[in-house]
Design a protein around this ligand. Structure first.
Ligand SMILES: *Cc1c(COP(=O)(O)O)cnc(C)c1O
Length: 391
């Protein structure tokens, strides 16, 4: 039998800390390996799998669209592309009325950075400590972690990374500041929910200085945190919102949604993407958004997330190795007091897939359709591996 793990190791870029499992099938909140072993999937394609693996409505939409039209240049009009544009503008906060479609989170951020410079005629972008915005040179320039940035310098000039603190932001802003970029809940660096209060002050400050406020909701968007967008928890409406991950129900798609006046500062030819607005991706995204709305997945994430956070709190009380639990909706973390590689592998062995941030933070981005029973199993597996690893 072909050893596909070996093939990947041999032929694919060695850039991921792999778990030793070969996944070949998924359904809902579960995936299966090549030997037929079942896992509860709290990796969820890195937060992509909001409606679960292979949701029947998404599968159907992709199938039907693939028989009708698979590609259509942006210089022609297309039915599903228009429909997705309207749908996205109808669910994003009021005032965000125009969309640029791309294929990933980092592209959604690149578009926002270019928009900020074009719209304001200024150059500087201020981003936050613990923020993550992607791996392309622009998005990387706004990303906090030095290990991600350092080997690739020089990056794009004009980026400053500051503490999420009004005094510090005021000190850093200059006449040449175009935009302030933030993640409402900082995901990649370990799930840090937002501090209270700062965002309404930040909004007022940006307005008074003609600075654009850009929310990177690539990971937090589409119900993940218990509201359709995490900005709704903060009572703030940004000028530009970056979206991707959950949007396509597993199909790659990114979107930058902005105030019309901001998006209209691009002239024809100043931005674009060959694959952006692809009809298959649009059809997948329309079906996904319909599922999210029809099944009230944001409400479900709020309910289940609160329950799971309570269970995590009990684990933190019970086991000395767990430092703390935190999160919002179904975007959660358990922080350990020491490197947790063994714990992650033990959980994997017992049929639970989890993400990690850094060396000691375990991260959970399960599908929002995950069942109560699957969450109970998740907790009991965590309980076992904590007991096993508690010295
Ligand atoms: C994942 C992520 C990105 C990058 O998305 P890609 O699709 O991997 O390019 C950007 N911003 C945030 C907040 C993310 O979580």
């Amino acid at each position: 039998m072909t050893d596909y793990k070996l093939l990947e190791d041999k032929y694919l870029a060695n850039i991921y800390a792999k778990r030793p499992v070969l996944i070949v099938k998924g359904r809902g909140a579960r995936v299966w390996d090549a030997d037929g072993r079942e896992y509860i999937d709290c990796i969820g394609g890195h937060g992509v799998c909001i409606v679960g693996h292979c949701h029947p409505r998404v599968v159907e939409a992709i199938g039907k669209q693939s028989e009708r039209l698979m590609t259509c240049s942006g210089i022609l009009y297309n039915d599903v592309r228009g429909e997705l544009g309207e749908k996205l503008c109808s669910i994003t906060p009021e005032g965000l009325d125009k969309v640029f479609l791309s294929n990933s989170g980092t592209e959604a951020v690149e578009c926002a950075i270019k928009l900020a410079r074009k719209h304001t005629g200024k150059k500087e972008i201020i981003a936050m400590m613990k923020g993550f915005h992607g791996r392309t040179m622009g998005a990387l320039s706004a990303t906090w972690k030095r290990e991600f940035r350092r080997p690739f310098e020089p990056l794009v000039p004009g980026f400053k990374i500051v503490k999420l603190d009004m005094d510090e932001i005021r000190r850093t802003v200059t006449q040449d500041t175009a935009a302030i970029l933030f993640e409402p809940v900082q995901g990649e660096s370990g799930v840090y929910p937002p501090p209270q209060g700062i965002y309404s002050e930040l909004r007022e400050f940006c307005d008074s200085r003609g600075i654009l406020l850009i929310a990177d909701e690539v990971q937090t968007g589409f119900g993940r945190t218990g509201k359709m967008f995490a900005c709704e928890h903060l009572d703030v409406v940004p000028d530009v919102m970056c979206l991707a991950k959950g949007l396509g129900g597993g199909f790659p798609i990114g979107a930058t949604v902005a105030r019309a006046e901001v998006m209209d500062s691009f002239s024809q030819g100043e931005h674009g993407s060959t694959f952006g607005g692809n009809p298959l991706a649009c059809a997948a995204a329309i079906a996904t958004l319909n599922v999210i709305v029809d099944e009230n997945l944001p409400g479900r994430a709020a309910r289940l997330g609160e329950h799971l956070l309570g269970e995590f709190h009990d684990l933190a009380e019970k086991y000395n190795i767990v430092r703390e639990e935190r999160g919002l909706g179904l975007m959660l973390a358990l922080e350990f007091r020491f490197p947790h590689r063994e714990i992650i592998l033990d959980a994997c062995e017992k049929g639970l897939l989890t993400l990690s941030s850094g060396l000691n933070i375990m991260r959970f981005l399960p599908p929002l359709i995950i069942s109560r029973e699957e969450l109970d199993t998740t907790v009991s597996i965590l309980d076992e591996v904590c007991a096993q690893n508690e010295k």
